[in-house]
Design a binder for this molecule. Sequence first.
Ligand code: ADP
Ligand code: ASP
Ligand code: MG
Length: 403
Amino acid sequence: MAIVVQKYGGTSLNSTKRIKEVTKRILEEKRKGSQVVVVVSAMGSSTDSLVEMSKEVSSHHPHHREMDMLLSTGEQVTSSLVALALQSKGAGALSLTGWQAGIYTEETFGDAAILSIDPRKIRAHLDQGKIIVVAGFQGVSENGEICTLGRGGSDTTAAALAAELQADRCEIFTDVDGVFTADPRIVKEAKMIPKLTYKQMQDLAEMGAGVVHPRAVVHAHRNNVPLFVRSSFDQQEGTRIDHFHEQTHVTGITVEKDLTHLTITVKEKTNIPEETSAALKVIEDAGIVIRRALFKEDLYSFSFIIQSKDVKQTCSLLQRRPWISKVSCENRSAVSVIFSHESLAFNFNNRLSKVLKTKRNGADIIFHRPRVWRVFVPDNELSRTAQLLHDVFIAKPNLSVSI
Ligand code: ADP
Ligand code: ASP
Ligand code: MG
């Protein structure tokens, strides 16, 4: 019997009315004769509300274990509400937390990877004809600790379950019609992409297209499960992510917000290269990812870019260095242009520099990795830069750069 995994995101479940709507779609799939596993996110923006509440009671460094205890409850609320709504329609349904569903993770609070899944319980209940509703975004470590899977991690739960159960497909239901050539909330002309390869989707996800979590793509790819991104508000097919013959083109434009450019001013007679690499090593050893190392700015300063959430910890790590005289911070965002092939990315190098030189003096461009060019700009330049690059590379690729 075909197994289908359906995942519903926060917006699709932001009220009890929406929960009842969603059950109709789940029952439609069940009536087709499939075995159905549903994965749910927390209602609306309730995860953000839980984060805010934690700040009200603990202003300093919240304990990561307790944060995961707290945040995992959001998905537990929706899983039981969805199961109750299904039962009220006469369907057999069972809600499961991550650990009840047999999802084992590494013990990295806040951003754990799924290590293995024991599917026996799910299979046994599916065989009894039940619809299983799993609380997304969570699993359990070997020591019995609840660990969450990083923001947006319910997608990962869904794809990992689909891979383990060898599902026919995994459908990610969300608040947009599919994957677009850019975030449709930032670039109005962005177009829905009907087909993407796993590699293309992974590039988009890793560079900031928040519509699917990057680890979800890895799980689906590893076991060749077709992944669909679709709207929960209508019946369109959405985007299919699978093994396709790749066309040579620009895949899309992505953005990453909430970055900070830290500039460190040093005291006279400091050996910048030596101290810089030592300082950056300490930061990286603490698990902080350096998005862009700019190193030496001038004789007495160096700089780098990290995620804004890591600024506090980074500053306290740097505080112990006596040779630092000043640390200053500026908001940054990254806009990435993602190409289907590395050679194409190289061919477009000149065009990218020319566009940015003409239109955005001072933008900082790097060849981030094969197939991806990244541009760092001040926060307030984000939308205009994304729009410009979408125009030049996707919407109107023949646009003359000088206009
Ligand atoms: P959910 O609550 O369903 O998980 P998310 O907010 O995590 O929804 O993801 C959906 C959002 O992703 C969309 O509302 C859209 O703003 C954003 N997004 C970013 N990049 C893209 C893209 N390339 N295509 C579609 N949506 C995107
Ligand atoms: N509720 C979690 C979040 O807001 C997980 C998810 O939505 O996938 O990040
Ligand atoms: Mg999401």
